[in-house]
Design a protein around this ligand. Structure first.
Ligand code: GLU
Length: 316
């Protein structure tokens, strides 16, 4: 048994679809092939975008054959831990209160003397307030930002290769606590991964830039257990855009209602990962034997009409 610990971290912002199911299945396969422990964390912090409860999502993950160790962690129940991390960042002045609205930031970014380059937060509130209550005096809601590093963040991704992310230009100082007093995704993930001893992270490559923010935060918070990352290409529609509602219904619950089995979904995922040469049905064991991350394409995978027809049990 290795000492690897990974997590499945779904956000219940919508039902599971073919794209995020593929990432979770690959995460699960890598864990089983390498003897990592698997945890489940529900990322339910994102206020209005969270839809309903997470039990349907958990049910779908297990219907698909994914397994994890309990207990299930829910970010909405961990506000106190995130607050403590924020206090630590503030006590070392890595974080600062910010009262800028989106509009203020847009105006500052389009000021003629800043040129086009600066869509990044211009640092208006950095060093501006002695403490949170002073920031609150004007009655505006207060968020908290962390100072972005000046030098590019360099890290190696096990799948996507060497990365260099210049956070100062990619958004600049970033929000770690939102102005509704909820921790932002970046901070919550770092605190939770560290608390659970997570050291293997597998997720979509839309999070590569976030990963740089998370590595920066980990350093500031003194979390020094190294993490290995696999950022995987996303599933896209035939038009080259990220798979979404505009491409029709690709939710697992939709196919399930049409009589689709988990074996058909797993088989298609295997085909999309290069594990099988054609669309077929497979169970998790078949997939585990055939799956080799080294053979997986580095490019995004298209979910097209033939895939839809296969899942729906129609002739293409
Ligand atoms: N909750 C995120 C998602 O569903 C994953 C975040 C992460 O793995 O760090 O895409």
């Amino acid at each position: 048994m290795s000492n690897g610990i990974t997590r499945l971290a779904p956000s219940p912002t919508g039902a599971l679809h073919v794209g995020n199911a593929r990432t979770f299945v690959i995460n699960h396969l890598l864990a089983r092939q390498n003897g990592w422990r698997v945890l489940l964390r529900i990322e339910d912090l994102d206020g209005p975008r969270i839809k309903g409860d997470s039990s349907a999502m958990i049910d779908e993950l297990s219907w698909l054959g994914l397994e994890w160790e309990g207990p299930v962690v829910r970010q909405s129940e961990r506000g106190e831990l995130y607050r403590q991390a924020l206090n630590r960042l503030w006590s070392e002045r890595w974080a600062y209160p910010c009262i800028c609205s989106r509009r203020d930031i847009e105006i500052a970014a389009s000021a003629p003397n800043l040129g086009q380059a600066s869509a990044a937060y211009p640092g208006t509130c950095r060093g501006r307030f002695a403490d949170e209550s002073q920031a609150r005096q004007g009655g505006r809601p207060v968020a908290w930002r962390v100072i972005a590093p000046l030098a590019p963040m360099l890290f190696d991704d096990r799948f996507a290769g060497p990365q260099s992310v210049d956070l100062a230009s990619a958004g600049g100082d970033f929000v770690v606590f939102k102005n509704d007093s909820q921790a932002a995704y970046q901070l919550a993930v770092v605190v939770d991964d560290s608390a659970a001893g997570v050291n293997r992270i597998v997720r979509g490559d839309d999070l590569l830039e976030s990963c740089a923010r998370q590595i920066h935060l980990r350093r500031l918070l003194g979390f020094d257990e190294p993490i290995e990352y696999w950022h995987l290409p996303l599933v896209i529609g035939p038009d080259g855009r990220r798979l979404a509602k505009r491409h029709g219904d690709s939710r697992l619950c939709y196919y399930r209602r049409l009589g689709c089995t988990p074996q058909r979904i797993l088989g298609l995922i295997g085909f999309m990962c290069g594990a099988f040469g054609s669309r077929r049905e497979a169970d998790m064991n078949d997939l585990m034997e055939a799956f080799d991350i080294e053979r997986m394409s580095r490019s995004p995978v298209v979910f097209g009409p033939d895939d839809d027809a296969f899942l729906a049990g129609r002739k293409a």
